[in-house]
Design a protein around this ligand. Structure first.
Ligand SMILES: Cc1ncc(COP(=O)(O)O)c(C=O)c1O
Length: 384
């Protein structure tokens, strides 16, 4: 499934952000820890603009942060820059804050990550922003929901629990015609499998905690934006005081270099296991974007360059008991690391009709898939 585009992306992953003036002779950026940065004179202190390559104050980052930002921007053709955050959720909330004002309305996919929904319903509401949820399969019919107050649309494709794939280009095209800003949580696909800015998205967000970090040992988020939106996004993040530890930026840079090869293996193993699950009598629908049961599968086939390691399936039995019997799958939040995980899905939805009962979500890690299949088989055998 790897195309020429991804070969170029793989090279960018290795080369991106490794400027000699930032790294010196080192292969990886050094961890530059700083709050205070010293200037030669008051005139120097008061001159210049913060940005990549400009030492000013710890909040605006050091070479460790710039190398990561630049590498991520290069993966999104058409992007102007990338702001870094202390978690994926912080990247989402600050990006929303950069575009919304009191009195605005926000449209959010009903399949959105739970804590994002909580932020919209609790905090944005307190600041005078109203959120309405839309069916992730709405496509260009989103036009019917856009009103005079609609300022932004937040997409997530696929939804990270119920896996619906959205028609991102169609939604973004309608939004652009109506002057509405689009933001996408692109954590599942990453720019390797879905270059979002080229698809028409204004601000694309990664919980880099997942596949960028790749080793379940770092919390970090990123937001990459077009020229029109980047300065305001970056300014908002600094005005809100968002800072990322250089150690975490360094870990994310280190993870990023191997992301293509890891994703390739996540893809191969997850598809093998998803296809195996389709054959099991205790299993109903397998919600893997590369398989026909998944809502929006045909859009995945049209738009995506690959599939990562996260998918869900419907179990004809009790998900909790099934998961408790697994030996190789960990039980825990997050995904995108080298280890396999299983969780029962508890979807909180209002506008979507696709069923979400008795779903198990799997993240397929880098273990041998045959061992994972044996583990699943053992536990399925006790499902009646
Ligand atoms: C789709 C999605 N977006 C965002 C996040 C939030 O990322 P973080 O855990 O880094 O805050 C998660 C975390 O699970 C997620 O699954």
């Amino acid at each position: 499934m790897m195309s020429d585009h991804e070969k170029r992306q793989s090279t960018k992953l290795v080369e991106g952000g490794r400027r000699k003036e930032w790294l010196g002779r080192l292969v990886n950026p050094p961890v530059e820890r700083a709050s205070t940065i010293l200037f030669d004179s008051v005139a120097e202190l008061s001159s210049g603009q913060p940005g990549l390559g400009e030492y000013r104050y710890g909040l605006q980052g050091t070479a460790t942060h710039w190398a990561l930002s630049e590498a991520l921007t290069e993966l999104e053709p058409g992007a102007a820059g990338t702001a870094l955050f202390s978690s994926g959720l912080a990247a989402i909330t600050a990006s929303l804050q950069s575009v919304l004002s009191a009195g605005d309305e926000l449209l959010v996919t009903d399949s959105v990550y739970g804590p994002t929904r909580k932020f919209c319903d609790a905090i944005l509401k307190r600041f005078g922003v109203n959120t309405r949820y839309y069916d992730p399969l709405i496509g260009s019919r989103i036009a019917e929901l856009i009103g005079a107050k609609t300022k932004a649309i937040l997409l997530e494709s696929p939804g990270s629990l119920t896996m619906e794939i959205q028609d991102v280009p169609a939604i973004c095209s309608v939004a652009r015609d109506r002057g509405v800003v689009t933001l996408l949580d692109n954590t599942w696909a990453t720019p390797l499998f879905f270059p979002a800015i080229a698809a028409g998205v204004d601000i694309t967000i990664l919980a880099a905690t997942k596949y960028v970090g790749g080793h379940a040992d770092v919390m970090i988020g990123t937001a990459t934006a077009t020229e029109e939106h980047f300065q305001r996004l970056q300014r908002t993040s600094w005005d809100l005081g968002h800072a990322v530890s250089p150690d975490d930026a360094w870990l994310a840079s280190r993870g990023l270099r191997t992301m293509a090869i890891r994703l390739k293996q996540h893809q191969t193993s997850a598809l093998k296991i998803a296809r195996w699950l389709q054959q099991q009598r205790q299993v109903g629908a397998v919600l893997h974007p590369a398989l026909p049961d998944c809502p929006g599968h045909e859009i995945w086939a049209r738009d995506f360059k690959g599939a990562s390691g996260l998918f869900a399936f419907q179990l004809n039995g009790d998900p909790a008991a099934f998961i408790d019997r697994l030996k190789l799958f960990g039980i825990g939040y997050s995904w995108g690391g080298y280890e396999s995980l299983a969780l029962p899905v508890r979807a909180n939805r209002t506008a979507t009709k696709t069923p979400a009962e008795r779903l198990v979500r799997l993240h397929i890690g880098l273990e041998d898939p045959h061992d994972l299949i044996e583990d699943l088989e053992r536990s399925l055998a006790s499902v009646d």
